[in-house]
Design a protein around this ligand. Sequence first.
Ligand SMILES: Cc1cc2nc3c(=O)[nH]c(=O)nc-3n(C[C@H](O)[C@H](O)[C@H](O)COP(=O)(O)O)c2cc1C
Length: 195
Amino acid sequence: MKENNMYIVWAHPRSDSLTAQVVKEIQGEAQEKGMKVATLDLYRIGFNPALDVADEPDWDNPNKQYSPEVHRLFNEMADNDTIVMVFPVWWYGFPAMLKGYLDRVWNNGLAYGGKDFPAKRVHWVALVGGSEEGYVKYGWEKNMSDYLNSAGGYLGIAETRITYLYNTIGVEEDITDSKSHYETLFEQARGVVAE
Ligand SMILES: Cc1cc2nc3c(=O)[nH]c(=O)nc-3n(C[C@H](O)[C@H](O)[C@H](O)COP(=O)(O)O)c2cc1C
C-alpha cells in the first residue's frame, strides 16, 4: 500500500453542490500537503448502488469472484492509506448511493471475511442540514458515530475519524453572515487533512 495517498469517495447528484465543494477543499488541501489524491464521484461514474446476485457474498467462499466493476473499484481503493467518505446526511444516514457502494465494494473476502481492511484510516465527512444542537439532542450524532466507529472496529480499521459539518442549509436563526458561515465549513473541511 502506498503511503500518503488519499482516496475520496463521495455521493451527491449535483457536481456544483456544497458536498462537491467540500470534496474540492479536502482534495486541494491534501495536495498542498504533498499527498496524492484520487476521487471517486459515484454519481458521475453511473454507479449502481443496488446489490445484485453477482455481488452477493457467498459466506462459504471468501474467494468469490464478484463483478469486474467491484474488483476494479476495490483495488483502486486498496492502494491508499487514507480513505475519505464525503456525503450529505439524508434521513439521518447515508444517501443510497453510498450505502450501495459499501454493500457492493466493501465486500466479503475483500474488505472483511478473512481479509484486513486495506487502508489505515477512514475519515467520514457528513454534511448535516440542521443544527448541531438538534443532531445531538435527538441522538443522531451518537447514533451515526456509534455506527461508523463500530463498523470501523468490525473491519479492523486502525483509525476511524468523523467530521460533522453542521447547518449546511444555512437557515439556522443564529447564522447572520452566510458567507462567513460557509467559509467556516470549508475551513473545517480542510481540517480533515490537517488533523
Ligand atoms: C433526501 C434528503 C434527506 C435529508 N435528510 C436530512 C436529515 O435527516 N437531517 C438533516 O440534518 N438534513 C437532512 N437533509 C439536508 C441535507 O443534509 C443537506 O441538504 C445537505 O447537507 C446540504 O449539502 P448539499 O448542498 O451538498 O446538498 C436531507 C436532504 C435530502 C435531500
